[in-house]
Design a protein around this ligand. Sequence first.
Ligand SMILES: O=C(O)C(=O)C[C@H](O)[C@H](O)CO
Ligand SMILES: [Mg+2]
Length: 402
Amino acid sequence: MKIQAARVIVTCPGRNFVTLKIETDQGVYGIGDATLNGRELAVVSYLEDHVIPCLIGMDPRRIEDIWQYLYRGAYWRRGPVTMRAISAVDTALWDIKGKMAGMPVYDLLGGRSRDGIMVYGHANGGDIEETVDAVGSYIDMGYKAIRAQTGVPGIKDAYGVGRGKLFYEPADAALPSVTGWDTRKALNHVPKLFEKLRATYGFDHHLLHDGHHRYTPQEAANLGKMLEPYQLFWLEDCTPAENQEAFKLVRQHTVTPLAVGEIFNTIWDCKDLIQNQLIDFIRCTVVGAGGITHLRRIADLAALYQVRTGSHGATDLSPVTMGAALHFDTWVPNFGIQEYMRHTPETDEVFPHDYRFEAGEMFVGDTPGHGVDIDETLAAKYPYKPAYLPVARLEDGTMWNW
Ligand SMILES: O=C(O)C(=O)C[C@H](O)[C@H](O)CO
Ligand SMILES: [Mg+2]
């Protein structure tokens, strides 16, 4: 069996997605997601100019060997562009293997560990009242877990506060827009949101919050401590994690559960965090961390230390990633939660899929492979549109972490 052709499909049904389609000489094909928000075309070139020429003629059944070939073979290891490209190949190959075997991917991985996959949605508002209402509407939709973000007085375009209620997408301009940040103002405000949420809805639902890399370790520890009475499911990306040791300081001072990993590419980004039990949830996902093959390695390491999974699932990850992630979640023994930001109806139409949401959980179907396809004719109607994520600056103009 041989890989006969492979091509990259770029489409923008409201936002940009990069998809790799691998075709075999036996008529079976597979697809993988390679979307890197705000840097999409770098991955397109990596795939078209450097990966696809090597893939032609290879045996698509050799998923592990092809993964090692692309990782070790490039010499230049890791990084978001390389690992997104490897992930797209890997996901497409698992899709092909499932189709060849007549099995859904979760069965190839070892079978079902659970029936439904608990997901969390994004509730946000310009102020506390609006966010409280938004959380209420997620509860009405059946969600058991909700991430809550609010605008902060005095901060321009605080992180996580979108224009729409269901389809938040921060990459919106042909050049990066400038948002603001002020830790003092956020620390004064965020605990009040959770106080109000618990007072309004009680403690039956899981509440989450994303710090989006904004706080120093000391500030993050302070926030975690202030949020303890509200019993969060997790505080995410409370401080940048390039220096994994930074989490020691946060951990020493708070029992608020910590989650990190949406920008990690490999096991090397999180091995110290996991082995030192500095986090509770690892948020790497299929598209970000080298596909199913590598994510399984991360999850297995995490399991040794009682760290559970909580895969990134924002809208910039295409339905292909969502499908593959849900198969992974259906199997992985140390599952925690899955992020689920809804795609727009236009996106769902371009990527027909068999997963569904019901009563706060997602369910995968039994279609062989990962159960997500691409309608290429429809995809061609939505050409690529340059879009950047915003940047953040402090009040005095200093660049900060968006
Ligand atoms: O979903 C989350 O937790 C995010 O932090 C979303 C990110 O801002 C988004 O994926 C960036 O492209
Ligand atoms: Mg996040």
